[in-house]
Design a protein around this ligand. Structure first.
Ligand SMILES: Cc1ncc(COP(=O)(O)O)c(C=O)c1O
Length: 451
């Protein structure tokens, strides 16, 4: 870091007895240089604990200002017409609206645009008024239509019972925080989703190497006599990598050591397994996993979350999971949308077949071009670059070609694995995919990501 003070900005760090400074390199305009820092510097650096809120807020805003000035602010691009294959997207800085191919949405089966779903919402939601449930589920927020959805989810997942939450985040957080007490431990795949990890904030937790039953075994062995209950937690399909959990081996190891297993089906539902039933169905392991959670916001095209398990477990969670007990029941039109979408997914294979045709095409093109796509095997494709500036540059150039993708910089993934992420949906035409792949290859060559 330069020690020329004119190129630095210093923020005071207050500690109990002394005053220190946190230095940042700045751009000529005086803001924190967007290219030199990542979100971690403003959210995760332990030094920030010693800064006043006003300083912490100022640091992040200064960094954003520089990013916007450099035209590299790739967040908050606003859709003007929902989550369509061709979405009208407004640039938050220039105000410009362009029609873009949407590879940033997890609406894998394009259910948000399905007229059968809108029709059912119109027909059935009327009797519920504006759709607000008016109460938490244990009091006045318990509703017949919510019960129908819960039965459908449990049936799809091959479990005895389920409850729905207003979000997948709430379902994961609320389930894990209800279970992990002082003498228990949560053991996570190191790539498990944040909503799962947050469930054990301030509680005992350990991590095992991504998708490694061998590493899980080491962790379980090391803690086997120290805790009363052990919960192994993983995603069925990983949200940043698109790979599928090695569930059969993980389950064997966990059960050998007397641990329970929780699988989050957020990106597996509607994508893998018989008629999109998810990871358990994919491996013929229905009924073998202790807890299955998920979201209704991805292939289901709505919003809300769920947890499924034995009838006794679900009954226990109803009275112990605080994000369930103390939060109003989900919005009724979203419940109706979820119910109709799940019926469509389990009754008709055509959208899933179309999705897989698109997945196969994209995978082949990316691999043939020489991109590092890790172990991607579902609808999520990382283009692993390992350089935040290049990730932003590639995202920006794709944006300019009307291709909407997500940048995934550090600290969302480790520094060496930063990436551009593409989500594939069923509704893309062959021509749209070909244009996108041709463009990605061209930009990949320009940026020397591939040769
Ligand atoms: C793996 C995973 N689990 C849970 C969630 C949270 O779901 P929701 O958006 O419904 O809160 C997400 C993303 O949103 C996710 O990717």
């Amino acid at each position: 870091m330069s020690d020329n003070k004119t190129f630095q900005k210093a923020y005071h760090l207050f500690e109990e007895d002394y005053l220190d400074h946190l230095f940042f390199e700045v751009s000529p305009e005086g803001d924190i240089d967007a290219n030199k820092y990542s979100l971690y510097n403003f959210t995760g650096d332990p030094k920030l604990e010693h800064a006043e809120w006003a300083s912490r807020i100022d640091m992040m805003n200064s960094w954003f200002t520089d990013m916007r000035r450099k035209n590299r602010f790739l967040y908050e691009r606003q859709s003007q017409n929902g989550s369509k294959v061709l979405t009208k997207v407004k640039d938050p800085d220039t105000g410009e609206i362009r029609e873009m191919l949407n590879f940033a949405s997890n609406d894998y089966l394009n259910m948000t645009q399905n007229p059968e779903i809108w029709g059912r919402i119109q027909r059935e939601s009327v009797k519920y008024g504006s759709g607000g449930a008016g109460g938490v589920p244990l009091l006045s927020g318990s509703m017949d239509i919510i019960e129908k959805l819960q039965i459908k989810i449990a049936e799809m997942k091959g479990m005895q019972s389920s409850i729905v939450y207003s979000s997948g985040y709430g379902a994961n957080y609320g389930t894990i925080s209800a279970l992990i007490g002082k003498k228990d431990i949560a053991i996570y795949d190191m790539f498990a989703h944040a909503s799962l990890i947050d469930g054990s904030r301030g509680s005992n937790k350990k991590f095992f190497q991504h998708n490694s039953p061998e590493s899980l075994e080491k962790v379980l062995k090391s803690v086997q006599n120290d805790y009363i209950n052990k919960l192994v937690i993983l995603d069925g399909v990983y949200s940043m990598d698109g790979d599928i959990a090695r569930l059969p081996e993980i389950l064997d190891v966990a059960h050998f050591y007397g641990a329970w297993v929780l699988v989050d089906e957020a990106h597996a539902t509607g994508v893998i397994g018989e008629n999109g039933k998810g990871t358990l169905s994919h491996f013929n392991l229905e009924g073998k996993v202790d807890i299955v959670t998920g979201t209704l916001s991805k292939a289901v095209g709505s919003v809300g979350g769920y947890v499924t398990g034995s009838e006794k477990l679900i009954n226990y969670l109803k009275y112990t999971s605080r994000s369930y007990m103390f939060s109003t029941s989900p919005f009724i039109p979203s419940v109706i949308a979820s119910l109709q979408a799940l019926e469509l997914i389990t009754d008709n294979k055509a959208p899933i077949d179309a999705l897989w045709k698109n997945i196969h095409y994209v995978k082949k093109r990316l691999q043939d071009a020489g991109f590092d796509i890790g172990n991607a095997e579902t609808a999520i494709f990382p283009i692993i670059i390992g350089d935040d500036v290049l990730v932003k540059e590639m995202t920006y150039r794709l944006h300019e070609k009307n291709i909407f993708v997500n940048p995934v910089p550090y600290p969302a993934v480790p520094r060496k694995l930063t990436r551009v992420r593409l989500s594939i949906t069923a509704g893309f035409t062959k021509e749209q995919l070909k244009y996108t792949m041709d463009t990605i290859v061209e930009i990949g060559k320009e940026l020397k990501i591939i040769s």
